[in-house]
Design a protein around this ligand. Structure first.
Ligand code: ZN
Length: 123
């Protein structure tokens, strides 16, 4: 395996996690090699290094149980819920919008649409 990609502390790309972070997700590296490393420079000593693993190659610490699937579903539901109107958009809210299309573009809302039943306040 060649040189690992090195990232600055707190600038780790999405999809990577340290062993400790995997553990917090109920995952373990699952035999994969270290995929990248983080370095935090320190004065007078070598940098503090943390090894990153790919989340998509991680394995559950324990087999998924009904409770764990339910927790995962709740997390996904939270990502589908508009932070402004609190309605389930039916899909994951695009991060670029940050809210459901009805809130992002209230002027385009069709009259009487079910997701527009509570009127937005005028600006
Ligand atoms: Zn909304």
């Amino acid at each position: 395996m060649g040189a690992l990609p090195v990232y600055r502390w707190r600038l780790a790309p999405d999809g990577y996690a340290t062993r400790r972070q995997l553990r917090a997700l109920g995952l373990r590296p699952g035999g994969q090699d270290v995929a990248a490393q983080l370095e935090r420079p320190r004065r007078r000593r070598g940098p503090l290094v943390a090894y990153l693993y790919r989340i998509d190659r991680a394995k559950p610490v324990r087999p998924m149980t009904a409770a764990r699937w339910a927790a995962l579903a709740r997390a996904n539901a939270a990502r589908r819920t508009c932070p402004k109107c609190r309605r389930d958009a039916g899909y994951v809210i695009p991060p670029s919008l940050g809210m459901c299309p009805a809130c992002a573009f209230p002027d385009n809302a069709p009259e009487g649409a079910s997701w527009n039943s509570s009127p937005h306040t005028a600006r």
